[in-house]
Ligand binder design. Structure first.
Ligand code: ATP
Ligand code: MG
Length: 280
């Protein structure tokens, strides 16, 4: 490389790097999770570029951005779900209460109980309603006896706002519930193993407006006990449920801030273009 090219490439790298610097307030005091210099590759294609962000305690943080910008990919970093995807490689430092989640001593099974996940499409196990919720506590040894297990199942279904609808049919299959009920069952299943963080990837996109409203109310209640990271395509939903919003664009974390501020006074042009409907 000639001297001139070298200088040019350095300038370009700096320019790119500058563009990637997240504006707003990605960091918080006393975070539940910290993510530093996180990169994700699918084969040799980079899907997440140098993301730095904290997840606070008792917050709902919304991840928004155009399709393909890396929201789901980043969400999966938080409980090492990307490990399950062939060819996917994650670098950087991710911590839960200070614990490096990539440490060789970390077992992903308990990690995924502490950082639970709710998917776009409700995916109850082909088991009874009771067993869907009891499964996690059983494998993690959270109940000493049947009475304790019953107690955990009831408490989790109550927290998920589903108990009254299912208490007389606990032995029936979870798959026999309506879509909105199935999604609340999946939330109960995540809650049953006492998580600290719940990841939700477009949890309402398969639901009607009434079921969506029910889940949104639930998210607001759950914040008292957990941190919730929700990916959503609905800016109205992000505005209704979250305290902070993170805007992703082509694998870059562009802006993070208080939701009201991001939606009324975005600091980055790309955020503004997206929320005003000029992009995506
Ligand atoms: N399993 C995979 N193998 C290869 N590339 C992938 C894989 N999953 C995602 N990608 C690529 O990584 C990038 C980010 O994808 P991701 O699914 O995280 O985006 P997203 O923001 O969640 O999009 P959407 O809003 O459509 O769900 C895209 O370019 C996508 O094509
Ligand atoms: Mg996605």
């Amino acid at each position: 490389m000639s001297g001139k090219e070298e200088i040019l490439s350095e300038v370009t790298t700096k320019a790119l790097h500058k563009e990637r610097e997240t504006v707003g307030s990605p960091f918080v005091e006393n975070p539940r999770m910290t993510c530093r210099e996180v990169n994700v590759y699918y084969g040799d294609k980079k899907a997440i570029n140098n993301v730095n962000i904290d997840i606070a305690r008792n917050e709902v943080i919304a991840m928004i951005g155009p399709s393909g910008c890396g929201k789901s990919t980043f969400l999966r970093c938080l409980n090492r779900m990307n490990d399950t995807i062939e060819g996917c490689r994650v670098t950087g430092d991710l911590r839960l209460d200070g614990m490096d989640i990539h440490d060789k001593n970390v077992d992903v099974v308990p990690l995924r109980a502490r950082v639970g996940m709710v998917f776009q499409k409700p995916n109850p196990f082909p088991k009874s309603i009771f067993d869907n919720v009891a499964y996690g506590p059983k494998i993690h040894g959270l109940a000493q006896n049947k009475a304790e297990l019953d107690e955990i199942v009831e408490r989790s279904l109550k927290k998920a706002g589903l108990w009254d609808e299912v208490k007389d049919r606990l032995t029936q299959p979870g798959t026999g519930l309506s879509g909105g009920q199935q999604q609340r069952l999946c939330i109960a299943r995540a809650i049953a193993v006492s998580p600290e963080v719940i990841l939700m990837d477009e949890p309402c996109s398969a639901l009607d407006p009434i079921a969506t409203a029910r889940i949104e109310e639930l998210i607001a209640e759950l914040r008292q006990h957990y941190s919730i990271v929700i990916v959503t395509h609905s800016m109205q939903q992000a505005a209704r449920v979250s305290q902070r919003t993170a805007y992703f664009h082509l694998g870059d974390l562009i802006e993070v801030g208080m939701t009201d501020r991001v939606f009324t006074n975005p600091r980055h042009q790309l955020t503004e273009d997206y929320i005003t409907g000029r992009f995506g």
